[in-house]
Design a protein around this ligand. Structure first.
Ligand SMILES: [Zn+2]
Length: 164
């Protein structure tokens, strides 16, 4: 089997592995044979370097939306499904490939024919990775914002009751 080594390049006077970021500078002038040997030596350990799995913004949105979180990854996870249509199908397939989602096979009548995806544990971890919880005051402010209350924040915070 031929290994793909397109990710190991020579650029800006150094051998570079685009997958793990390692590099080895080359001093010029350099003898051709020395150069070839150095390139082979550099290539060897990086042959099997895997491309880091990066989850794009859109993919993150899908994971968060599937779990019922807001687009910043906050809130409570109260569901786990994504009924994908259009271009999102491709995004979900990519998330399946990276292990963040699984495709559920259910009766097409239930989803109108759209494929249904679920977030894996890996995907759940990704959805909230690096998300800082809101401070209490910020959380209260957010709650006031999302309530359909005509009270000012000042009134509301003082315990004004409001039919949200
Ligand atoms: Zn590497």
């Amino acid at each position: 089997m031929k290994t793909n080594t397109d990710h190991v390049v020579f650029k800006d006077n150094a051998f570079r592995c685009l997958h793990c970021g390692a590099f080895e500078p080359v001093e010029f002038p350099v003898d051709a044979m020395v150069f070839v040997r150095a390139s082979k030596r550099f290539l060897k350990p990086h042959r099997g370097c895997k491309q880091p799995v990066t989850v794009s913004e859109r993919h993150l949105e899908i994971l968060r939306h599937s779990l019922g979180l807001d687009y910043e990854g906050r809130g409570r996870q109260y569901r786990n499904h994504y009924c994908a249509g259009g271009e999102d199908v491709q995004s979900c397939e990519a998330l399946v490939a990276s292990g963040h989602m699984v495709r559920r096979h259910i009766s097409p009548e239930l989803t109108g024919g759209d494929p249904l995806f679920m977030v894996t544990e890996l995907g759940k971890a990704e959805a909230v990775k690096g998300v800082k919880p809101l401070t209490r005051s910020k959380a209260r402010y957010e709650r006031w914002l999302s309530s359909n209350c005509d009270m000012s924040f000042g009134e509301w915070i003082k315990g004004g009751f409001c039919n949200e």
